[in-house]
Design a protein around this ligand. Sequence first.
Ligand code: ATP
Length: 376
Amino acid sequence: MASVILQNVKKVYEDGFVAVHGINLEVKDKEFVVLVGPSGCGKSTTLRMIAGLEDITEGTIRIDERVVNDVAPKDRDIAMVFQNYALYPHMTVYDNMAFGLTLRKFPKKEVDARVREAAAILGLDNYLDKKPKVLSGGQRQRVAVGRAIVRKPKVFLFDEPLSNLDAKLRVQMRMEISKLHRNLGATMIYVTHDQTEAMTMGERIVLMKDGVVQQIDTPLKIYDRPVNKFTAGFIGTPAMNFLDGRIIGRKSVGFKETGDGLSFTVPAAMQKLLNPFSGKNMTMGVRPENIYLKSRSAGIKRPLTLRANVEAVEPMGNETYLYFSTRKDGSQHVARVRSSEGFAVGKPVNLLFDLEKAHFFDSVTEMAVLQTGTKR
Ligand code: ATP
């Protein structure tokens, strides 16, 4: 296995569009790194540059210490798994998996051993003589993964491999790929637009937007300590609530929501940090799970109590998403609460914000100036 190092890697397409603005990333040997971000953020371009399917405009890519900028894809010792499995329909599962090795003139015995080993790992033993058309979506994707495994590459690259599968199968394949990573001890780079996949599979997440890396961190660090408003809003479902306002006061620092909104003194632990920003416009971020029904607020040290109007209720079974606004013309927010008891659409409800878990972002730069929520 191998490390993958990107130094100032930039991609400008022929039409002059800058898809990736100088990315720096070090994927360690045996690491599972997920590139995630909204459509068009440059994650596939980055993966394709690592694979050699796309030229790089500037910078250096190293795989296992070797600079591969000008090395052909087939000589990079990588294997890629795509969203569309690209299986040969007229070949059996066995032949689909064996094809790459046969092409490289591997001895028949070696090919057979590798195909059977991969089939066993992926639970495809009983399907080796079947054609792709009789397989389910999940099985086809497994064959595509098998085709990568038999190559015993230095690095596995996955480009949205689960996007064509239904929700249940996606969850299952997610776990299978994570297990595969543990069993093979392989270096894997995985591209997805799905933040749940990123959170559950990645040892580290690279979050991108508009061709620029926003944050590289472990899933929980990204969740607990987002470096900017974009990261804070992208990771987490439902998304973090944002309230625009201003830091006020000097001796006792507070936050005042724009318009006729909330106004409160910030908790003692944040006083010193927010003091230099007095008078500045800020956005406060509160995760939906840090908003409670007043009746279930036991244990919150520094709550902000407010009366809100319930606008929509989405029961999930184990919890309920409660959409509310705090004033008539105000924006809608969401709380994750424990049950649907005691509230109804159109009725007022008493809520508590756990202010110790609040985040604050500079309204102009959108950078986080204070991050809490590390107490889990
Ligand atoms: P998606 O999830 O939609 O695939 P992505 O984050 O993987 O998005 P890329 O495919 O890397 O995005 O594309 C990044 C940007 O580069 C997009 O704005 C896209 O339109 C642009 N782009 C991609 N290929 C080309 C090309 N050949 N020429 C010009 N622009 C391109």
